[in-house]
Design a binder for this molecule. Structure first.
Ligand code: XBP
Ligand code: MG
Length: 259
């Protein structure tokens, strides 16, 4: 199919909080399991983790936590060894997180699978633009959409492949370049203020689906802010913007947002 003249050629999905509610019962649990494995008496409870989420990137989040909550341990580590130690702790965290996903603990959010299939059927490209580690993305997609699902995505942009994590736009710039498309022909789907800042700074129209950690954040500039992507049996709630009387996000609605 030649979609050369279409106003919408690709949808770029964030992962954590957008494809699945991974933070509270996924990443947080995995961080705590890694701390316990190394004999650290650190516990990130649900509220503390909500505060820590303002720092994107697991390694960066650990660094911020140490600086603010465990400065003595940070001093003991010394500047030279700190980054390597955080990287090894984070590797252990990734192992725990991947095994949670492989155990089928974390489902996709409402409407995600339906939208992805619908975009594929409509010949609209799909891509991932996330701050999280690539292994985590692979494990989430395989455990929820099946072993072959990685091939459905034209581009998977994740983790440390760019220098600046969200709210920097780097990962979106990278993904757009890989897609070979201008931002004007694409839409991003995000769940957080940091994610929205990144997508807007890359020039992307953005649909936000909020979750418990992000629902009170500032989503100025989003094209649409929704409770979730919605399903025919379970329509979304519109929090901001015009959803053209739709109850669920599909290719048709995204095309309308582009006109
Ligand atoms: C969310 C993040 C990530 C995860 C943890 O990214 O900021 O850091 O919380 O994953 P996004 P890592 O919303 O862009 O998907 O520990 O692998 O960084
Ligand atoms: Mg997110």
């Amino acid at each position: 199919m030649d979609n050369g003249n279409q106003p919408l050629r690709a949808v770029l999905f964030d992962v954590d909080g957008t494809l699945a509610d991974t933070e509270r019962d996924g990443h947080r649990i995995a961080f705590n399991a890694a701390f316990a494995e190394l004999g650290l008496d650190w516990t990130w409870d649900v509220d503390l983790y909500g505060d820590l989420l303002k720092i994107t990137g697991g390694k960066e989040r650990i660094h911020y936590y140490m600086k603010n909550y465990a400065p003595a341990e940070m001093d003991r580590m010394g500047l030279d060894g700190l980054d390597a130690w955080i990287a090894s702790l984070h590797k252990i965290k990734t192992k725990h997180y991947v095994s949670l996903l492989e155990g089928g603990e974390i489902p996709l959010r409402p409407g995600v699978e339906r939208l992805i299939q619908g975009l594929r059927d409509a010949g609209i490209k799909i891509a991932i633009a996330t701050t999280t580690t690539e292994e985590n993305v692979t494990a989430l997609l395989k455990s929820t959409l099946g072993e072959d699902s990685l091939e459905w995505f034209d581009v998977i942009g994740a983790g440390d492949i760019v220098p600046g994590k969200k709210p920097e736009p780097d990962i979106y710039h990278w993904a757009l370049e890989q897609l070979g498309l201008p931002a004007q022909q694409c839409i991003a789907v995000e769940d957080s203020e940091n994610g929205l800042k990144a997508s807007l700074a890359a020039g992307l129209d953005t649909v936000v689906t909020v979750n418990a950690y992000t629902r009170l954040q500032n989503f100025n500039g989003a094209t649409l802010v929704l409770s979730d992507l919605g399903e025919p049996t379970q329509p979304f709630a519109v929090l901001e913007g015009d959803a053209f009387n739709s109850g669920w996000v599909d290719a048709e609605l995204l095309l309308k947002l582009k006109t």
